[in-house]
Ligand binder design. Structure first.
Ligand code: TMP
Length: 210
């Protein structure tokens, strides 16, 4: 595959979507073809799955059903959007990918990491981002930011302890893959975070020679 696959990850309130948009704009400004997308979602089917997953009406959803639905959205996303775009040589920027499943369903919900890994092997065929930007912030600040913009979906309503486990999960995954995952502290302003992400992405794209 000729393209470059970048994911942006993090707990609630880290400003991932804003940063994904700014990075897309930055790379387009250099003349690169960019596809900006998100999970769950990224396709019409994925958006329906997203609605089902995040709706407050899904309060009774079993955690294994949740895991399967995130994977289902991802498989559709990979086949319909990500692989074709990488094949055309685009830079794909996704707001969340499989690290979110390990962090939320694995570390947050406590589902066996081996089960998550086996599903990942089937669903993604081990497709991994070339570069992952992990936006990090303390849980209270992140949740507070989302409350200010009135963002309240099913997972955001989980208690602080759940989100602490998710954050620890992300940091653990990052510690195990320091070459792929770069942590960016996002307690600074939007512009500074964007500057740091752009440097990481520019360096990566230059080094990879794509
Ligand atoms: P967001 O993209 O607006 O942050 O919403 C997606 C929510 O879904 C967020 O709470 C994280 C959660 N999520 C999982 O629990 N597992 C996953 O695999 C993905 C992609 C997201």
């Amino acid at each position: 595959m000729k393209g470059v696959f970048i994911s942006i990850e993090g707990i609630e309130g880290t400003g991932k979507s804003t940063q994904a948009g700014l990075l897309a704009e930055h790379l387009r400004g250099q003349g690169l073809p960019v596809v900006q997308t998100l999970e769950p979602g990224g396709t019409p089917i994925g958006l329906k799955i997203r609605e089902l997953l995040l709706s407050l009406e899904s309060a009774g959803m079993d955690s294994v059903v949740e895991l399967l639905l995130y994977n289902a959205s991802r498989v559709q996303h990979i086949r319909e959007v990500i692989i074709p775009a990488l094949g055309r040589g685009a830079v794909v920027i996704t707001d969340r990918f499989s690290d979110s499943t390990v962090a939320y369903q694995g570390f947050g919900r406590g589902i066996d990491l081996k089960l998550i890994d086996s599903l990942d092997a089937i669903g993604t065929n081990r497709l991994r981002p070339d570069l992952t930007i992990l936006l990090d912030i303390d849980v209270e600040t992140g949740l507070m930011r989302n409350r200010h913009i009135n963002k309240r979906d099913r997972l955001e309503l989980e208690d602080v302890r759940f989100h602490e486990e998710v954050r620890k999960g992300f940091l653990r995954i990052a510690a195990g893959e320091p070459d792929r995952i770069r942590i960016v502290d996002c307690s600074t302003g939007v512009e500074e975070v964007h500057r740091r992400i752009s440097v990481l992405a520019d360096d990566f794209i230059k080094r990879s020679g794509r």
